[in-house]
Design a protein around this ligand. Structure first.
Ligand code: NAP
Length: 482
């Protein structure tokens, strides 16, 4: 089953193609660092070709009735669900997360496809009472045009469906550049899109090891009307600069530095379980992972003990092995970053309750689930995304103090509060300067809600009716002399 979806060539104009340069690049399984495939290494020339065909396909795709576009998306959704096991296997193979998590990601990504298939028919406009009796004001929504999408490796499937399905539902066509570490999930989704019968050129995938070359084409070509990017704030900033000359539209889903606050009124067990899910999913490599855990002094020791008991029971290992809770980190750079952040914290007075080293018996990219106490706001791991299975516990005393500390970051993506006091719930959810606030819940992402950040965590939203609007322009028509 997996084999038929294991594609290694670029998907351009509805056909599987070698790169013009005929070059390939390797994809590795992070669990054992073995090569699993050689994938076509697209160049700027391939990207230009993809732009050309996406532009050609746009005119007829946008003319389809939304119900017809929805039918293609529904077919794609059905096929993704039918192939969930094979897609999850491919995801785990190249990304490393446990199979059950990979399956959850595929299903979550498929839910976005279904949602936007439904939303395609609800791109409503307005009929506005006019300023003159003989005039009418109409507002309609139109597709922005050809979209360039660039996605990261940490959710190699869901980050794609979240962009591709609203873009296609809106009537746009799209060129996707997946992450170098994880192109296979993107190509497998394209294989199912091919089976769903999307017209040629509507959805194109250009894998590459030369991200900047493809990025340059997508940001500088006037035929591309919009860039939708998920990844680091650093690269988001660069792409936004590149888009500035053409006033090209951008949606940016960038990094986070999520606070996770446990107040005196919290249900301790619920908070510990919430933190387990929020911190260790995907080995801590998510933009909404709890990065700074603030626990009220009155329950700090009890919380730390209960948390440690659960963390010690976690089982790291290869994602395709039964019973494994945590897979490897994605690559050498990923594990080196985590080691550096932990070393810096320990050198500056933090204490490790558990972990704080590689799980070298499993392989070079495994890191033991780690809890740190005695951490301070000045430490590097407080300011940067850890992106690993490391949970630093900070003690706090006062509500206003913890709100100020939680907001003291350039990021503003996800935040979490565990408390059972009504007044506190409103106080925290009003004051936290984040695009998303979750109260007594670790799972924020759903296709039904607007996912995205404020400050340097990005621009725009994915999911919900707002996610469709990211791919639409507003047209105002004034009909006079009536
Ligand atoms: P990244 O280094 O920014 O890479 C993201 C994508 O950008 C990859 O496809 C990468 O290609 C590409 N890229 C890198 N340099 C580029 C350039 N000069 N021009 C065009 N494209 C370029 O981020 P990452 O390490 O893959 O992902 C982790 C980051 O993503 C974290 O900061 C995380 O918080 C963020 N993230 C945010 C969200 C959200 O919804 N807000 C969701 C998931 C992840 P290569 O792979 O070839 O380098």
């Amino acid at each position: 089953m997996t084999k038929s979806l294991l594609k290694t060539q670029a998907f351009i104009d509805g056909t599987w193609q070698q790169s013009k340069t005929k070059k390939t690049f390797p994809v590795f399984n992070p669990a054992n660092e073995q090569e699993v495939a050689q994938v076509s290494d697209c160049s700027a020339e391939d990207a230009k070709k993809a732009v050309e065909v996406a532009q050609a396909a746009f005119e007829s795709w946008r003319q389809l009735n939304p119900k017809e576009r929805a039918a293609y998306l529904k077919k794609w959704h059905t096929l993704i669900i039918e192939h969930v096991d094979a897609l999850a296997e491919i995801l785990t193979l190249e990304q490393g997360k446990p199979l059950a998590e990979a399956k959850g990601e595929i299903l979550g990504g498929a839910a976005a496809v279904e949602w936007f298939a439904e939303e395609a028919r609800r791109a409503y406009g307005d009929f506005i009472p006019a300023h003159k009796n003989d005039a009418r004001i109409l507002v309609t929504k139109e597709p922005v045009g050809v979209v360039g999408a660039i996605t990261p490796w940490n959710f190699p499937s869901a980050m794609i469906t979240r962009k591709v399905s609203p873009a296609l539902a809106a009537g746009c066509t799209i060129i996707l550049k997946p992450a170098e570490d994880t192109p296979l999930s993107a190509l497998a989704l394209a294989a199912l899109a091919e089976q769903a019968g999307f017209p040629k050129g509507v959805f194109n995938v250009v894998p590459t090891s030369e991200a900047a070359d493809i990025g340059n084409v997508l940001t500088s070509d006037l035929r591309v009307s919009k860039i939708s990017f998920t990844g680091s704030t650093q690269v988001g900033r660069l792409l936004m600069k590149q888009c500035a000359d053409q006033i090209k539209k951008v949606s940016l889903e960038l990094g986070g530095n999520a606070p996770f606050i446990v107040t005196p009124s919290a249900d301790l067990e619920q908070a510990v379980d919430g933190l387990m899910a929020c911190k260790f999913r995907n080995a801590g490599q998510t933009c909404i992972s709890a990065n700074r855990i603030y626990v009220h002094e009155s329950l700090f020791d009890t919380f730390a003990k209960a948390f440690m008991d659960k963390v010690k029971a976690l089982k790291p290992g290869p994602g395709d092995t039964d019973g494994v809770d945590i897979g490897p980190l994605i690559n050498k750079a990923g594990i080196e970053k985590v080691e550096k952040l932990v070393a810096n914290a320990l050198e500056n007075g933090a204490t490790a309750l558990c972990g704080a080293e590689k799980a070298s018996d499993l392989g070079d990219l495994f890191y033991k689930p780690t809890i740190l106490t005695g951490v301070k706001d000045e430490m590097t791991l407080c300011c940067e995304e850890i992106f690993g299975p490391v949970a630093p516990l900070y003690m706090y005393t006062d509500t206003q103090e913890v709100i100020a500390r939680a907001n003291n970051t350039e990021y503003g993506l996800a935040s979490y509060v565990f408390c059972n006091d009504n007044k506190e719930i409103w106080e925290f959810s009003d004051a936290l300067d984040y695009g998303m606030v979750a109260v007594n819940e670790p799972f924020l992402a759903t296709e039904l809600a607007p996912f995205g950040g404020v400050k340097q965590s990005g621009i725009g939203r994915e999911g919900s009716k707002y996610g469709l609007e990211e791919f639409m322009e507003i047209k105002y028509r004034l009909l006079g002399g009536l």
